[in-house]
Design a binder for this molecule. Structure first.
Ligand SMILES: [Zn+2]
Ligand SMILES: [Zn+2]
Length: 99
């Protein structure tokens, strides 16, 4: 079952957007999507404003990485590696693992 942490998701929605710094209509974005069983872990969540969130889902990670130079660092900080050739993210630990 997917790990849920509603309090964490709510708390992250109150922070500034990690891409543009905006403070309005922010939400927690799952880096590994819920559809792929990405849980509510701190390393899998990122605060995004409405605009950046929509852009990420519309245009994808590759687009966001080109637009925001600091995004790759944010992903590395969370233990992700980005493979430019496949456009896929990898993480050293199993994504479903409890931490
Ligand atoms: Zn934003
Ligand atoms: Zn999202």
């Amino acid at each position: 079952m997917r790990h849920e942490n509603k309090a964490l998701v709510r708390a992250l929605a109150a922070l500034a957007c990690e891409m543009c710094g905006a403070h309005s209509n922010n939400a927690a974005h799952h880096i590994v999507t819920r559809a792929r069983m990405g849980g509510d872990y701190p390393w899998n969540l990122m605060t995004l404003c409405f605009r950046c969130h929509r852009e990420w889902h519309d245009k994808g990670l590759g687009w966001m990485l080109k637009k925001w130079s600091h995004l790759l660092g944010r992903l590395h900080f969370r233990g992700f590696q980005y493979d430019e050739n496949s456009g896929k993210l990898f993480r050293s630990h199993d994504i479903g693992e409890q931490e």
